[in-house]
Design a protein around this ligand. Structure first.
Ligand code: ZN
Length: 504
């Protein structure tokens, strides 16, 4: 083929891909509306609209036109520049993944999934896992079948992981988590034995949610979120979504009993959003303007939320500001008081409320249960017992009921297994990146203390955000830090921070 012919195919391919991405963006906008503004009676119609559009988008993407162009371009990739090669390879990967599942399977999965969600909602209300078990068994069977369609080498769980964290395997995670779990458990035991982890009395006041809202917007603007290319709204579960790199939206959830949960939610979602606002304009409307993996995405949100937003330098900057927002309520408190309060550690039943010292333990137990289920070594009926035993072994707590135990998360009812580990990977990646940032920018904490987040964001833009999907997760970490995936930066970060906080 001549260079000119290849260039023509490339341009038709980009146009077709752009149309698929337009469809996906329209779907995402309808989903955003569903979570944020849609009146309740509109739910069934919205479900229809989403199903219709999702079907159309899937057909457009997996059709022969797209497949033909992708294979042609792959054959002639010598004639393409580096960006186009990356674009073709990444899109071909997505195409192959999307075409592995027969349409009949996708349809059956969607039907069983929406049943599962309904049943899970009721079971959780009744706090009775037995109501959910039969339908969850159907989902597990389907996930095992899905793993066969996708293919794997060692564990069928590997096939499911690929959807969220490409290149990751159950074996790699077993090694990583096997090292991490006892270290986190020891740290937690030391904190619990320190005798200094009571909640300060001043924290138990009412915190006006309008004030929380205003303060969260102020912080979001300070860290570099572009309000000309996004907005914040309220939703039941905080999330980030994008329809383009110039339209990246976040949501938060406010509670007048909690001073920090809305703020940390905003900073967390802000971290996700800065990533998506940071893709290269030349990658707009293409596969390259996407996060590498859910783990890398989560590394961005957790770095901003925890390593920055829960740091002492951050509170050296913001304590006087938040005091002005709540006259009479925070008088006389020092930055150290805020720092201590926002880093309170205690084992709890609920993952989404867990602190930095316990969070990964919640993830590891879910990972172990998921692998056992998918590998056929644990039956669905035995989940509550396995869950409660692991909660006791890892966190030292006795789960009183299923609602506070194995029914708390939405993920399984969505048919998502292999998703949870990406949260813990996010913490591990974040610590590796942050360690490197501190080497590259010795003044990093001074910058944070003076409210100057620009150097930090610039570093992330250059080394992570603008990469888009040009590198894989482990490849990115390796190329930036010269090290493979490693739990030690995360453990060092935790141990330094919490031994100082709790005097251990
Ligand atoms: Zn997140």
């Amino acid at each position: 083929m001549t260079t000119e012919q290849t260039a023509n195919i490339l341009s038709s391919f980009k146009e077709e891909l752009g149309r698929v991405i337009d469809m996906q963006s329209a779907i995402a906008l309808l989903q955003w509306d569903q979570e944020v503004y849609m009146p309740p009676k509109a739910a069934p119609a919205r479900g229809q609209q989403l199903a219709t559009l999702a079907g159309l988008a899937h057909r457009m993407f997996t059709g022969d036109t797209m497949g033909g162009m992708l294979h042609e371009l792959k054959n002639w990739e010598d004639q393409l520049d580096d960006d186009s090669v990356a674009l073709v390879n990444e899109t071909l990967y997505d195409y192959e993944q999307a075409t592995k599942l027969p349409e009949s399977f996708v349809h059956k999965f969607a039907v069983e999934q929406s049943k599962a969600y309904e049943i899970w909602t009721h079971a959780r209300e009744a706090s009775d896992f037995k109501l959910f078990a039969p339908q969850l068994a159907v989902i597990v069977d389907l996930l095992q079948a899905k793993a066969q369609y996708i293919g794997y080498e060692d564990s069928p769980y590997d096939a499911l992981l690929q959807e969220y964290e490409r290149g990751m395997t159950a074996n790699k995670l077993k090694v990583l988590f096997g090292e991490l779990a006892p270290k986190q458990r020891d740290l937690l035991a030391n904190i619990m034995n320190s005798g200094s982890q009571s909640i300060p009395a001043w924290l138990e006041q009412e915190w006006d949610t309008d004030v929380q809202w205003t303060f969260s917007l102020e912080v979001l603007r300070d860290i570099g979120y572009d309000f000309e290319a996004g907005r914040q709204d309220k939703s039941v579960h905080p999330f980030t979504t994008n329809f383009d790199l110039y339209d990246v939206r976040v949501t938060t959830r406010l509670n007048n009993k909690e001073l920090f949960s809305g703020l940390t939610g905003t900073i967390h979602e802000g971290g996700h959003a800065l990533y998506e606002q940071g893709f290269l304009p030349k990658d707009q409307r293409s596969t390259l303007a996407q996060g590498i993996s859910l783990g890398i995405h989560e590394s961005q949100s957790r770095m901003w939320e925890n390593m920055i937003g829960r740091s002492l330098p951050f509170w050296n900057h913001y304590t006087s500001k938040i005091q002005r927002h709540y006259p009479g309520q925070l008088d006389g408190l020092a930055p150290e008081d805020m720092y201590r309060a926002i880093n309170h550690v205690a084992p709890s039943f609920i993952r989404v409320e867990a602190d930095e010292c316990t969070y990964n333990l919640h993830i590891i137990l879910r990972f172990e249960i998921e692998v056992a289920l998918i590998e056929g070594k644990l039956s669905v009926d035995d989940i509550p017992e396995a869950w409660n035993d692991k909660m006791h072994a890892y966190l030292g707590v006795r789960v009183p009921n299923d609602r506070l135990g194995c029914l708390q998360d939405i993920h399984w009812s969505h048919g998502s297994m292999g998703y949870f580990p990406t949260y813990a990977l996010g913490n591990i990646y974040a610590a590796q990146l942050f360690e490197k940032m501190l080497v590259d920018m010795p003044n990093l904490y001074n910058n944070i203390e003076s409210g100057d987040f620009a150097p930090l964001l610039l570093w992330l833009r250059k080394h992570v955000h603008q990469v888009g999907r040009r590198q894989g997760a482990e490849e990115l970490i390796k190329s930036l830090t010269n090290k493979a995936l490693d739990i030690m930066p995360f453990m060092n970060y935790l141990e330094n921070k919490y031994s100082q906080l709790y005097g251990i």
